[in-house]
Design a protein around this ligand. Structure first.
Ligand code: GDP
Length: 217
């Protein structure tokens, strides 16, 4: 089914979009600092250390676009990137990081929540899950928040290179089953490895479909 969906034309359009210049726009500590919602946007969320920065770098083909921080959970802001002058990527604060205080954790959870609820240009949230671990209780909280915000979200498994191919597919299947009753969950899981480049063309294609940018090619 996915082969029919990801036609060579779509994959090529997606490749071209992400091959065009991308840049860091700004980091927002408050939703008031966000730019006007005048371009389609997709957001990336996940536990600290899930591989979010690496995935953003792999998507845009820029090694240092989102700095792969040595300290997990350093991202405390909504960081926005501009791709091809017509698409924004939002890097949401990581969650589930034990080293920050509870009040600090709340502060950036609230920021993520406010962003999700109020952003009319937001077309999809990609929730990143480590392929080795699958969904954890801490992710369930994120899923609940996403369902409440009623924004379409899709699960992306990361670091699939750490598993055998069949294993990653099995985690994808199990994950899909777990989220099947969740109202805002998109019924496809993308299996990726930023290290090997696996699933990156398909994720780019998913972004094009979600933002309907493929139709304006
Ligand atoms: P973030 O905290 O979610 O932004 O995660 P990072 O992108 O900083 O990655 C956390 C750690 O996982 C780093 O040590 C990365 O090198 C590693 N990592 C990220 N993506 C991959 C991947 O696709 N495969 C493997 N094997 N390691 C990865």
């Amino acid at each position: 089914m996915t082969d029919e969906l990801f036609t060579p034309e779509l994959l090529e359009a997606a490749r071209l979009t992400f091959a065009r210049p991308s840049s860091f726009l700004l980091g927002c500590a408050k939703v008031e600092q966000l730019p006007p919602p005048d371009l389609p946007e997709v957001a990336f969320a996940g536990r600290s250390n899930v591989g979010k920065s690496s995935l953003l770098n792999a998507l845009t083909g820029r090694k240092e676009l989102a700095r792969v921080s040595s300290e997990p959970g350093r991202t405390r802001e909504v960081n926005l990137f501009l791709v091809d002058e017509r698409l924004r990527l939002a890097d949401l604060p990581g969650y589930g990081f034990a080293k920050v205080s509870r009040s600090e954790a709340h502060r950036f959870q609230n920021l993520g929540r406010d962003y999700l609820r109020g952003r009319v240009s937001l077309k999809r949230v990609y929730l990143l899950i480590d392929a080795r671990h699958g969904l954890k209780p801490v992710d369930d909280e994120a899923l609940d928040a996403l369902d409440l915000s009623a924004v379409s979200y899709q699960i992306v498994l990361t670091k699939a290179d750490k598993l055998k191919r069949g294993e990653a597919e099995a985690v994808a299947e199990a994950t899909l089953k777990r989220i099947s009753k969740r109202p805002a969950a998109f019924p496809r899981v993308v299996v990726t490895s930023s290290e090997k480049g696996t699933g990156i063309p398909e994720l780019r294609a998913e972004v094009l479909l979600a933002t309907r940018l493929a139709e304006s090619e």
